[in-house]
Design a protein around this ligand. Structure first.
Ligand code: CTP
Ligand code: ZN
Length: 153
């Protein structure tokens, strides 16, 4: 990134920078992380920021926060090429790409009201991850759009 673009969202001293988020998904990323600002977290958001690699991207910087594996799994579904940067003392001390899992359990709600996972039975939702969506392994319902609206966590 060029220096003038860097200025758009300032550097943080410690925390997590979620970079290369698919444009338009930043607020969904915050929803996945359960961040709505009411707990006083310091959060910076860039939306539709120019990116050499992606054309445009979103970016989310959360100070003093690391992410769990299940948060990363769900994140990868809406932002498959996101980069997770752990920042300490202003330095990037860890950088990893999110991994697109082959399946996700217990993180998405099946939209089929007759699905065994949406009834009273204690059955966790279980989706197979496809190239263009996810498929419920119990009832074969496919979710292709707006995955974030189906997130349970
Ligand atoms: N960053 C930050 N605060 C810091 C250090 C880095 O907010 N103290 C941000 C940068 O603005 C950038 C991301 O963390 O968006 C990754 O930083 P860095 O690895 O230095 O940038 P790039 O080399 O551009 O990353 P990549 O190769 O992943 O595109
Ligand atoms: Zn189902």
């Amino acid at each position: 990134m060029t220096a003038d673009r860097e200025l758009r969202v300032s550097k943080i001293s410690s925390g997590t920078v979620i970079d290369h988020i698919t444009s338009g998904q930043a607020l969904n990323v915050l929803a996945i992380l359960g961040i709505d600002g009411t707990d006083g977290e310091v959060v910076s958001i860039g939306m539709n920021v120019p990116s050499d690699r992606l054309g445009t991207k979103d970016i989310v910087k959360v100070e003093g926060r690391e992410l769990s594996q299940s948060e990363l799994d769900v994140l990868s579904l809406i932002a498959p090429v996101a980069t997770i940067n752990i920042i300490r003392d202003y330095d990037v001390v860890e950088k990893h790409r999110v991994d697109r899992p082959t399946e996700v359990t217990g993180v998405l709600q099946c939209p089929n009201h007759n699905c065994i996972t949406t009834e009273d039975e204690p059955v966790d939702s279980h989706f197979e991850v496809l190239d263009d969506g996810v498929r419920c392994v119990y009832c074969d319902t496919i979710i292709r759009e707006d995955l974030a609206a189906h997130i349970l966590v």
